[in-house]
Design a protein around this ligand. Structure first.
Ligand code: SAH
Length: 341
């Protein structure tokens, strides 16, 4: 048996047509699953009874067990879900005035070893299946209406490229969930070849780049991936993306004390933002036990002043859910025995 959440509409149609279903009834089944959220084929009353029985033999519906659910003072909700192989992943729901953002995981663990990030705890275990990505959305959208999706949970989305792209196809399929593509963002640590690849697909989703340093020597220290895809390479890929996609990319920049918020850092960052079509999002560091620290307020202020003088527009992301370990991979890391601070 296979999990039905693994298949895009096209794939389901192809599979079911081989079993004697019509293209139209396959679309009806897809609508039952995603529009009506039915998890029992026998309830699909406009499908012939023998066909419903056949479906029951072919597919099952995945439901995660919730291992932990935490709610922050600011309303952020974090879920720790158990997978069939007993592994665990997190999904976070971040309510704001105008929006309700869902943060999805794409892998169990992560290969990329960023120094500031808790997702690497326990190493890399495996990619998530399409159904495991889609099911995070299905379970968290039962009570709350989700307005935005960000692929910023555990894992590197571009290291699970095929499954992430297919999960986006499913989430945005008009016959099903019909989620608006421009309200979806993928965040990457900077896999240049995949940035080019996504630029060529007509997905219409947005792209964030975890930048965090604008000099190779510095970026190498906190993001080992920079040794494989150095900044010059990354910038080339971003320019390629800029030529093909109408949305600018967003640079994510964690503010780290005595590391990346000096005057020269600000000037280099400004130059990079100007030479690409990009927005800038400054992020307060959520300490994860590494030697890194968040900067003092005055230092951040100075950094912001230089950026303003350089005519750079930026946002400073509000820190959300730090009282419930809501930074990437923190909840899973704590439950695996890692420390928060
Ligand atoms: N692998 C992807 C997506 C996961 S991380 C990527 O690297 O983009 C999502 C965002 O959270 C990234 O911008 C990442 O750099 C940031 N992040 C990770 N750990 C953090 C921490 N402790 N404090 C603040 N931001 C963090």
């Amino acid at each position: 048996m296979e999990c039905v959440y693994n298949f895009s509409l096209k794939e389901l149609q192809k599979k079911l047509i081989l079993k004697g279903f019509s293209r139209y009834s396959a679309k009806q089944i897809f609508a039952w699953i995603y529009k009506e959220r039915v998890q029992d084929f026998s309830l699909m009353t406009n499908i012939a009874k023998d066909k419903r029985e056949e479906l029951t033999k072919m597919f099952y519906f995945l439901n995660f067990k919730t291992l932990k659910k935490e709610k922050s003072k600011d309303g952020t909700q974090k879920y720790l879900f158990q997978l069939v192989d007993q592994e665990a992943i997190e999904a976070v729901l971040i309510p704001e005035k105008q929006r309700n953002t869902l943060c999805l995981s794409t892998q169990v663990g992560c290969k990329f070893n960023c120094k500031f990030c808790a997702s690497k705890t326990g190493g890399f275990i495996r990619n998530l299946e399409v159904s495991e990505i889609v099911n995070q959305y299905l379970q968290l959208s039962q009570k709350d209406k989700i307005t935005n999706i960000v692929f910023m949970g555990i894992g590197e989305p571009f290291d699970n490229f095929k499954n992430v792209v297919k999960s986006i196809e499913i989430l945005t399929e008009p016959a099903g969930l019909n989620f608006t593509n421009k309200r979806i963002s993928i965040s990457t640590c900077g896999l240049s070849d995949k940035i080019k690849k996504i630029a060529e697909l007509e997905l219409g989703v947005k792209l964030s780049i975890s930048l965090h340093a604008v000099l190779d020597e510095k970026r190498n220290k906190i993001m080992p991936v920079n040794k494989i895809y150095p900044l010059a390479d990354l910038v080339k890929a971003i320019k390629y993306y800029n030529q093909r996609q109408k949305f600018p990319v967003t640079f994510e920049y964690i503010l780290l004390a005595d590391f990346n918020i000096g005057g020269q850092d600000a000037k280099r960052l400004a130059k990079l933002v100007k030479t690409t079509r990009a927005k800038l999002n400054l992020i307060p560091y959520n300490p994860t036990g590494a030697t890194l620290r968040p900067p003092e307020f005055a230092k951040i202020d100075n950094f912001k002043k230089i950026l303003k003088k350089e005519n750079i527009i930026f946002t400073l992301r509000k820190e959300r859910g730090s009282d419930i370990n809501a930074a990437c991979g923190q909840l899973r890391s704590v439950s695996l025995g890692g420390s928060k601070n």
